[in-house]
Design a protein around this ligand. Structure first.
Ligand SMILES: [Zn+2]
Length: 497
């Protein structure tokens, strides 16, 4: 195979895909045409290309060559699996868009169910929404999704891997078992604290802990009482102000194109589309206010800053491919300002221990939820049938969360590619990194030019570094769960009277 030509085409493919994501997500274009892009670049995704790349990887001489060919193998495998399940995925999407659920005699679109549920103060009605969504899942979505997972397993076997988890371990180098082991420690170590705060939060809201369900936490986590601190018009200024303190002027950063205009069809959630890395990164948002909105904008800005700082001289693979855990670490670092009492006071005028306690509790909840999800997903492909997983899903999640979890989510809640593991790695890495930045540069570390120089140095290296090498660069210890446990224990223990 002509590797140079292949790599050039991969770059064009990645750019087209990101551009398509930008155009449809920003409401500039109505229908997504990912399918056409895959078809136009069909010669990238063939079993022959996969075999040649694996062979080249086996013969690679230098670490850089091994890394880049490894990224290319992962790219082609992801593409081959994507093509295999694309028709079924489209069917799921159509069924979700067209799906209607009936709640107390009124019909609402399935896709609005989640938002309605999170904003519904009445427990009975919340539960009715969840049940109605569950009926559509059981009858329509789950059979389709079960077929998707069977296809993924089949395709992984055809490609010569023992199982899909094995494929992810070998192709993407994901340390799934290590992350799982660390997260089990996290869950055990934070158990008492979690249950204490869960009970307090539920009791304060008048919800009997024994009856609590995930919809209750979803409703409470909306934190509506704090919306006034997060006005829609303040989101972008707060981001610009924070970046300015970091010595980064978003207005002068020609690599990042801010798309702020309201537009029909624009995604309500902020997103980042790296069309050319590092030259043209879109940061798209239509702020509507509220803590979640700010969190999403800062998270995506973390990705945007990361990509915009890549050394343009890096190889294509080290700019467009690579692992998710690294870029998620920077996204979480930016998102996390909202859990920082100093930042909240200075940038939002929000000084309230109850708010801080709530955001810390929600972080704890989220990490425990992902830990349970990873554990469940690790066994997912080896259970005797896809349908056998429903019981396991409830068992894992309920034991970590201590509340009722609807079993009918057992297929919609699975991410292909073990994204849960990458998130968990990023949360651990971010806690280690932030702890180190604080101890070296003080509590307002983001305003220290040396701290930001360190980040720039890491960003510049693109996907040539791993999260462990990032932590090394910061002079921090290896990746582990300890910093995350320590931080949450410290913040939440102070809060217990
Ligand atoms: Zn992200």
């Amino acid at each position: 195979m002509d590797l140079t030509a292949y790599r050039e085409e991969v770059e064009r493919f990645c750019q087209s895909l990101a551009e398509e994501e930008y155009l449809t997500g920003s409401g500039r274009k109505e229908t997504a045409q990912q399918r056409l892009i895959y078809e136009r670049h069909g010669d990238l995704f063939t079993d022959a290309a996969h075999a040649s790349l694996r062979e080249a990887l086996g013969a690679a001489q230098s670490p850089a060559e091994r890394r880049q060919l490894g990224y290319l193998v992962a790219f082609v495998v992801d593409g081959l699996i994507e093509i295999e399940v694309r028709d079924l995925e489209d069917e799921v999407t159509d069924a979700e868009i067209q799906g209607k659920i009936t709640v107390e005699g009124r019909e609402i679109p399935y896709r609005q169910g989640m938002i309605r549920m999170e904003n519904e103060p009445d427990r009975g009605r919340r539960s009715a929404i969840v049940d109605a969504m569950g009926r559509l899942r059981t009858e329509v979505l789950n059979p389709l999704r079960a077929e998707i997972f069977r296809s993924i397993e089949r395709r992984a076997a055809q490609l010569g891997y023992a199982s899909y988890p094995e494929l992810c371990r070998s192709v993407r180098g994901l340390p799934l078992d290590e992350v799982d082991r660390r997260m089990q420690t996290f869950v055990a170590e934070t158990d008492e604290l979690y249950r204490l705060h869960l009970e307090r939060m539920l009791r304060a809201a008048g919800i009997p802990p024994a009856e609590a369900a995930t919809h209750d936490v979803a409703y409470l986590s909306r934190s509506r009482g704090y919306d006034k601190y997060f006005p829609s018009e303040g989101a972008v200024p707060a981001l610009k102000h924070t970046l300015r303190e970091m010595g980064i002027d978003l207005g002068f950063q020609k690599e990042i194109v801010l798309d702020l205009e309201p537009r029909p069809g624009k995604s309500p959630r902020a997103f980042c589309a790296p069309v050319q890395i590092p030259g043209r990164i879109y940061l798209v948002t239509a702020p509507h206010g509220g803590p979640d909105d700010y969190r999403a904008l800062f998270h995506e800005a973390g990705h945007a800053e990361h990509f915009a700082h890549f050394d343009p001289g890096l190889a294509m693979e080290d700019r467009y491919l690579g692992t998710m855990a690294l870029t998620e670490t920077f996204a979480f670092l930016m998102e996390d300002f909202q859990r920082n009492p100093r930042w909240c006071k200075e940038f939002l005028g929000l000084e309230d221990p109850a708010y801080q306690r709530r955001t810390d509790f929600l972080k704890l909840y989220l990490v425990r939820r992902y830990a349970a999800k990873l554990r469940y997903e690790l066994g997912f492909y080896t259970r005797s049938s896809v349908e056998d997983n429903e019981r396991a899903y409830r068992d894992e999640l309920e034991s970590a969360l201590g509340i009722t979890v609807p079993g009918h989510q057992y297929l919609t809640d699975v991410d292909t590619g073990f994204y849960a593991a990458e998130y968990l790695m990023a949360w651990m890495a971010e806690a280690v990194l932030r702890d180190r930045l604080k101890s070296r540069f003080g509590h307002r570390w983001w305003a220290s030019p040396r701290a930001v120089d360190l980040l720039r140095e890491a960003w510049r290296q693109g996907e040539t570094i791993t999260v462990n090498e990032l932590l090394d660069l910061a002079g921090a210890g290896p990746l582990g769960e300890e910093a995350l446990i320590e931080e949450l224990k410290q913040n939440l223990s102070v809060a217990v009277p």
